[in-house]
Design a binder for this molecule. Sequence first.
Ligand SMILES: [Zn+2]
Length: 201
Amino acid sequence: MSDNYITITTSREVSEPIELKNKVIEFLQSKEYVERELSDCVLNMKNKGYRPGKNHVSAIGYDEDLLSLNVCGLEFKTQREVMNAGAFTAMTKMECPNCNKNRFEGITPQDFFTDNCTKEQLELFHSVFPQFDSWTNGYEAKLKCPHCLTESKIENYKTDNSISFSNFGLTFWNWSDLTNEFIEELKTVIRTDIIRINGHI
Ligand SMILES: [Zn+2]
């Protein structure tokens, strides 16, 4: 069975991810969107999460019997990570900071998943992962743009909601939606631009 998730992540790194996490969790618990105790309710084996609280239905917008699922919790990420890079969702945009052209221009996710890409196009995807690893581990990571051939740091590439270079994220496992009101509330607590990523693994 595949599990779906919605990740809310800052569009870039924040300076105090742990403090921000504490602030956000306090807010979510005070509104009873999630429970107070950590439990085994997320897909990540190394991590525990917060199960949906009494008021979670108002964050989702409708009741979908979320509590009947084993994987239904909220997981926090507070370390550098290319958010969503490991998902079965194709990256769609990495725009070069020098020429503003998209590295994946002309490649649709459908092309990608139906093996409809040329070897050169596939190489544009595969070549990013070693750089993602370097960045995640705190090293400098650069990519050469296929259009203007300029090398730039990966965090300076502009992305859409398919990936994000961040150190702060909230992953809602199997929450099928989040209302705009809820996301606005989160924004006022996080106080940095946020991106919503939908994915499944
Ligand atoms: Zn370029």
